[in-house]
Ligand binder design. Sequence first.
Ligand code: 5AD
Ligand code: SF4
Length: 469
Amino acid sequence: MKKSDIENELTYIDKVKTINDGKNLKYYILTMGCQLNENDSEKICGMAEKMGYTETDDIMDADLVIYNTCCVRENAEEKLFGKLGEVKKQKEAKGTIIAIGGCMMQEKHIVDKIKKSYKYDVIFGTHTLYKFPKDLYDAIIDNRKITDILDIDGEIIEGLPIKRDDNIRASVTIMNGCNNFCTYCIVPYVRGRERSRSPEDILQEISNLAKEGYKEITLLGQNVNSYMRVEREKGEVTSEINSFAKLLRAVNEIDGIEKIRFISPHPKDFTDDVIEAIRDCKNVSKFIHLPLQSGSTNVLKVMNRVYTKEQYLNLVDKMKKMIPNVKFSTDIIVGFPGETEEDFEDTLDVVRKVKFEQIFMFIYSRRKGTPADEMENQIPEDIKHKRFDRLKELYERLVEENNKEYIGKNFELLVEGYSKTNNKFLTGRTDTNKVVIFEAAEDAIGKVVNVKIISEHKWYLKGEILELN
Ligand code: 5AD
Ligand code: SF4
């Protein structure tokens, strides 16, 4: 898309602002999905604020209500329809504008249902985020409902305003879409094919963030470690930074950024150059998210994950050898169609062997339009739940076991602020995402401190501050 076309779309920000001027309007946003969805919300908020709205946490106070939807797992539909039902009265009473965006809007059957049975003003999708101001303008001026969905893959639009949620950590989208088509997953259908942002745009954004004082960057995408692969294969890459490994090395050079994380990678794309980059780059976190999904080779095959149990375990071993002190988190789905007791035992086996620091556990949920939804050997709900509970039990034991290894050791932490549960303590996280609380003066916030762990409390650790770095 031409830069001038995008600029033209964004002129609608000023047009809406002119209509809104002097009215003291407020917006409320509910973000329902993953970190990419959150990053999109930051852009939606950026646009809303430039259009003259200020954010409110109280939906009743809002003149504009925005739902940024997700459709990856269960109950997402019911949740949205529940919300739309609730907000209806408010709309009738005071003309609140309702805008619905995000992944779920890329599903035709959902949009049809909203159009038929619910009140709304604007529906926009993942490929039309940048058109939100124009859509809103049209909805206000013409007093009509706007549905603005594109099925073709939109490129990642540069230059949208952004209102960041945090002033120390920031997320930066590096690629969008997915070409993997894991058979349970809706993402490739709603986010489209893989496409990468240019390294120049990414590095510029991160340098600007560093100048603004941000210390930690999370590189985002559905398959981050295949960054630029499609473009490379098509011979479209002009920059020297033509792979994820090279991007990590380049981000590592940016002054002021002290921690670099990335989410989510795919095990199949952990090539040696990526592992070496993680090892060599001082600022790249050694806590790696390595989605397992299932520990059974049979299930992995039907999931189309393109690795076996052994290949996954070998990769973990290799990374442990190459990267000192590397630790892992993972995603696991239980109850995928056809999963036998033996298959599930394989998953538990991998969990025991890898000793993940963190596990995001999901019960398999049928997604319309995905191959797994068509499979006949669906697992009954009670079995899925029982397996989920067994995995959870194992995980909780593992957390306690892993926690013990922290006691008596020193960790560098970025101080995030006061603990939400006890404001006597400040809080930060270890590289492995363990919450640590400790007493320190308020001016430590935003700084890196050295903390010795003195006790473990399952979901958090308690520490003693040694020094400000
Ligand atoms: N059911 C359950 N979990 C799912 N995930 C993706 N699709 C589904 C589904 N249909 C999980 C995967 C993925 C994470 C983001 O969500 O574990 O890694
Ligand atoms: Fe979904 Fe698989 Fe792509 Fe991840 S890699 S977004 S699970 S299709």
